[in-house]
Design a protein around this ligand. Sequence first.
Ligand code: AMP
Length: 416
Amino acid sequence: MILKSIKGTKDILPSDSSRWQYVEQVVRGVFHRYNYKEIRTPMFELTSLFSRSIGELTDIVGKEMYTFTDRSGDSVTLRPEGTASVVRSYIQNNLGEAQPLVKVYYIAPMFRQERPQAGRLRQFHQFGAEAIGSPTPETDVEIIAMAAEIYRQFGITNFTLKINSVGDEECRPRYKELLRTELMTIADQLSVESQKRIEQNPMRVLDSKDEKDLALTKDMPRITDHLNEECAVHFERVKELLTLMGIPFVVDPRLVRGLDYYTKTAFELTSDELGSQSALAGGGRYDLLTQELGGKQTPAVGFAAGIERLMMVLEKNNFTVPALRPALFLAAADEASRGWTIVTTMELRSRGVAVETDFLQRSLKAQMREADRQLARHVVVVGAHELAAGRATLRNLDDHTNREVELGLLADAVMR
Ligand code: AMP
């Protein structure tokens, strides 16, 4: 029997990995320019971390987590998202002690048992960032601008930035109650899923996927009309700064995001090129999470973005990345010269030159084909004659020019 990978997981093959490395490098570059530093947390955590932070009533905790009991009887979960782990680490390691504002990013695999489809995997990858310790709208805007900047770096500009405010612990309960009362009057016409949500999480009814639900709730009260003074001022400032920075946005009062821990600003970047799974990235402010996880109350804001979704847009745009290429292919013209080519290959590699040679005892013709296949920039054929003379012909495979080089100076010749 041939063993296959698990449904909803994907190998990143050697032919794809340079694209991934390139994407990660660009993403890191933006994070570093914004002065965010990398944090790496474990891939699995105690289940209670996620159920407490993301919320028992969310889809993620309710039906998507990879949870199992380990041999010591602990319930552990493969992380479905990054924020909970980062905040856990922030509290556990007292990161807030050294500086008032901690800015971190991650690039990591996440795990959710969803129904696999285009753009939706069970192991997928996210990059994301968290700014922990700042209550200001300026920090929300830094996070949003940074997310948008990453897409711009890849030439992706046709995305939509949706923003909303989901209020705080003071004004949201009042709004929820109002919404619940209104929803009750049309409950019997709503989808079963939405009916279930009225009691526990009425705001989620507003982001229902059901067209009929959307039409029925069109004129429902909007949270943006029911924010308290503090949340309203905060939201105005976010909008003002985005406008000043020339970042286009639309206010979407239905945007509530799936997770319970958001307060004030919520946002999402979507792309029309993605079909039904149109979300590129999402984020928002979560001022209550640190406290919820046992730390001091600490305002924070962050975002997470799907790398596979970004890749899908790049593919649509025919975006190409520079291939990894050996600077030199050392070909042996005869058996006697193979000792020299192998030793010299290793030597040049240790001097920092990317070199490939033949390990399959192939004919000279086959070696030349291999040099082409590997996209080597140069090739040198070395036989008894060259070894005796200490010189050989260096062929540039890009412009098809030849030049004589001393074998002792090969490194300089191909690095130039
Ligand atoms: P979320 O944490 O659900 O807000 O997800 C943030 C981003 O991660 C989304 O906007 C997607 O780009 C990506 N994402 C979420 N779930 C999946 C999945 N199952 N497969 C691939 N990408 C995903």
